[in-house]
Write a protein that binds this ligand. Structure first.
Ligand SMILES: [Zn+2]
Length: 332
């Protein structure tokens, strides 16, 4: 009897150990938001980045033009590429910067849609948990901000990725900035897990259009230029899973650059307020189709087989337009 009791205890011990190990290594999938579209097989949305300055630095002028385009296209939602609240994110869930830079600026009826947002490096300088808090949706129900997640919009899946923790220099050379790294320490393990989650999600996606969105550029000829760590760690995966578009902000400009080894397009929309930086890197690159060193935003119109991208300046003029047909493309 004593021997049976002892064996049972040993068995229980190993069951607990196996459970603890498997729990610790459990793979968590990216949270997915199903966004029902208009039901006619189309999807229209706006993309903006680097914007929250309480309406100043032309943020309100850009918002006025977004309102007009949003109405004309009857948009389904807005995507934000991060650096949502300057200069240092939000101080807490009651920070007036949230209402003054978001609710009180994007007031038009056409913009009363979900705003799916990632964090930028400036957001990490504030209270990140506050900016990610679902409590903000009680103040403004449009706000959906997570670190990494998926928007499933029927014909398109949009993979929103938290790129700031991939940048080692924010950790090693913070200068006079203080970052809120709660939840992303150690960054090597965190970023490895983000990549694992992204690869799993991309491998399972059956969407007609696959879009990955982060704050930092893979390709850019703006102030920050290409981001080597993303070129090394994201680009091969995005090519392997036939991602159509990589979208980002961080550089305060509008850009359209083609990948040299796949049909993927790099679309930069980080011009929601401050711009006119005035420094360019390699504008003569043959993969660069468009660069605008000024404020503006981007619209995306998708059908199951067609994509149309448009860039708008601060006066609402279309300053670059690009189309793709999936059928034509696959026939080439
Ligand atoms: Zn940034």
């Amino acid at each position: 009897m004593a021997k049976f009791y002892k064996n049972s205890m040993v068995l229980c011990f190993w069951v607990v150990i196996v459970f603890v190990i498997s729990s610790a290594s459990a793979f968590t999938r990216l949270k997915k938001f199903d966004h029902l579209t208009k039901g006619d097989g189309t999807l229209n949305f706006l993309v903006i980045g680097d914007w929250g300055r309480r309406g100043a630095f032309n943020q309100s002028l850009v918002a006025d033009q977004m309102a007009k385009v949003g109405e004309k296209l009857n948009i389904d939602f807005v995507l934000s590429t991060g650096d949502n609240f300057y200069d240092n994110g939000l101080t807490g869930i009651h920070d007036s910067n949230f209402v003054e830079s978001f609710t009180n600026v994007y007031t038009a009826q056409s913009l009363q849609k979900k705003w799916y947002s990632v964090l930028g490096n400036h957001d990490y300088r504030g209270n990140v948990k506050a900016q990610l808090s679902p409590y903000l949706r009680k103040i403004d129900s449009r706000w959906v901000c997570l670190r990494s997640f998926i928007v499933n919009a029927e014909i398109a899946e949009i993979f929103m990725v938290d790129t700031t923790p991939f940048m080692e220099y924010y950790f090693s050379e913070p200068k006079d900035h203080t970052y809120d790294w709660r939840g992303v320490i150690p960054p090597k393990a965190y970023s490895a897990n983000v990549l694992k989650q992204l690869e799993k999600a991309l491998s399972e996606s059956t969407a007609k259009w696959k879009i990955v969105l982060g704050h930092h550029a893979i390709r850019s000829v703006g102030h920050h230029g290409d981001t080597q760590v993303l070129v090394d760690r994201f680009l091969p995966m995005l090519r392997a899973y036939d991602v159509d578009f990589y979208m980002n902000g961080h550089d305060h400009c509008l850009e359209h650059i083609s990948d040299t080894e796949s049909p993927m397009q790099f679309l930069v929309s980080g011009a929601g307020s401050k711009a006119w930086r005035g420094d360019l890197k390699g504008l003569n690159r043959k993969d660069v189709h468009f660069f605008h060193d000024g404020q503006g935003f981007m619209s995306v119109q998708l059908t199951p087989t067609e994509a149309e991208i448009k860039y708008y300046d601060v006066s609402g003029s279309v300053i670059h337009r690009w189309n793709r047909s999936k059928l034509l493309h696959s026939a080439i």
